[in-house]
Design a protein around this ligand. Structure first.
Ligand code: ADP
Length: 422
């Protein structure tokens, strides 16, 4: 896992990367070698008469197309239709001459791989069945991810496909980190354990952090915070995940945009009793009406909450304090898993852009040997190889993530292995 691409079809190789939701699909066509985008966009209301495809052909051509009744397959077919227009041939159709780009595979983000998948895999019937059998762990996501795989299969049966799992990277966690202290049978019969998410992002940013630090990843002890709409922290020791804050579901751990993160599980019984709420209502509130949104009452979006706090909104200020306190506490907790901390990595929309959040977190972590370099932090680490801390035993850094590129790299690498085996 995590190698860069070697011999995977040459400099003209392109990969279609798909992130399929229940009624939408985000996609990109990019070069796995350097990450250059050729196409990117999103289809919404897939499977309805209002289906719409927004597509950007780089550098600057943007189009919105209606795809009436657009099935998933129609969407994929339409995306692929754009490839020849972009001056591209596709592998195996005879049109890709020397120097021309060609599509070497499709890579899919798959949310849950359960305990079965510890790395990205080439898709075959058995893999499809195994993803289906993990669907109870991610009932909203895995079936949608599978629909994307089936649609590409229907349109381009010969195109190698690769599944890249959010959970796979964390399968190296030891039982002390992944087991809950609950009845054994909940684990053995129902798979109740901590799985962790954002694995593709952690793989990308920890490799990149090692490169920026000029040290081998296999010798580094890192804590990384992926802070987007969903937020988590992971402990990465010698390139392997040893702990993370998300668990059975992406609800556990940090305060997020609309998700509560950790709460006392006793609140379920308490609110069922006091407020007459059902499990579904409680679950829904913890996923969609909590987090920054629930505390601030202003927004789930960090930029908006920061702006409201700056204007004196007390609830927004409190939301930031709770967010930062919980984040700093989680980072300190993750440091236990790595035993010695070399670097703290911030990534995701908030991690990459919010100098305020990073500054507040670093101010609480001085005891770990971290001191903010205010100027470097204000520049989001640009011009300092990501570094935002002053000289000390631990480096704090900003490393922009690129999950699509990680998926594209895995896809190109595994497609090349598949081609050698054929
Ligand atoms: P997703 O998890 O959906 O990929 P992102 O990684 O893009 O989302 O993160 C979205 C979050 O990043 C939002 O809360 C947004 O407000 C926050 N964000 C983006 N830019 C900034 C900024 N300049 N300052 C503070 N927060 C930001």
């Amino acid at each position: 896992m995590g190698e860069t691409v070697h011999g995977s079809g040459g400099s003209g190789s392109l990969v279609l990367v798909l992130n399929s939701g229940s009624s939408s699909v985000k996609f990109a066509v990019l070069a796995p070698a350097g990450g250059e985008r050729v196409l990117a966009g999103m289809a919404e209301k897939v499977g309805t008469p209002e289906a719409e495809l927004q597509i950007r052909r780089f550098p600057d051509h943007v189009a919105t197309e209606q795809l009436p009744g657009g099935s998933y397959q129609a969407v994929i077919a339409r995306i692929l239709d754009h490839l020849p227009e972009a001056g591209l041939g596709t592998a195996g159709d005879g049109s890709s001459g020397p120097g021309q780009s060609h599509l070497v595979g499709a890579g899919h983000r798959v949310v849950h791989g359960g305990e079965r998948f510890t790395a990205s895999v080439l898709v075959d019937d058995e893999v499809i069945a195994a993803i289906r059998s993990s669907s109870h762990l991610a009932p909203l996501h895995n079936p949608a991810n599978l629909a994307g795989i089936e649609a590409v299969r229907a349109v381009r049966p010969d195109l190698p496909q690769v599944a890249v799992f959010d959970t796979a990277f964390h399968q190296t966690m030891p039982p002390s980190a992944f087991r809950y202290a609950v009845p054994e049978e909940w684990y053995t019969r129902y798979g109740v354990r901590r799985y962790g998410f954002h694995g593709t992002s952690y793989r990308f940013v920890t490799e990149r952090a090692a490169a920026l630090l000029g040290r081998p990843l296999t010798e580094l002890r890192l804590v990384a915070a992926h802070l987007g709409n969903g937020c988590s922290v992971a402990a990465v020791s010698d390139g392997a995940s040893v702990d993370t804050t998300m668990g059975l579901t992406p609800l556990e751990g940090l305060v997020m945009g609309t998700r509560s993160g950790d709460v006392d599980p006793g609140l379920f019984g308490y609110l069922a009793d006091r407020a007459g709420l059902t499990i579904d209502e409680l679950n829904d509130a913890l996923y969609t009406a909590s987090g920054l949104q629930g505390v601030s009452g202003v927004s789930n979006d960090m930029r908006t909450v920061e702006a409201a706090a700056a204007e004196g909104n007390e609830r927004a200020r409190l939301a930031l304090e709770v967010f930062v306190h919980r984040l700093a506490k989680a980072i300190a907790g993750m440091a236990v898993g790595v035993e010695r901390l070399d670097a703290l990595v911030f990534t995701g929309g908030i991690g990459e852009n919010s100098a305020f959040v990073r500054s507040q977190v670093l101010a609480r972590l001085g005891f770990l040997g971290l001191t903010e370099d205010a100027e470097a932090n204000a520049r989001n680490g640009r011009g300092t190889r990501g570094r935002i801390s002053l000289d000390g035993p631990v480096v704090a850094m900003v490393v922009p993530t690129d999950e699509e590129l990680m998926i594209a790299r895995d896809t190109a690498r595994l497609a090349a292995v598949g081609a050698r085996l054929r």
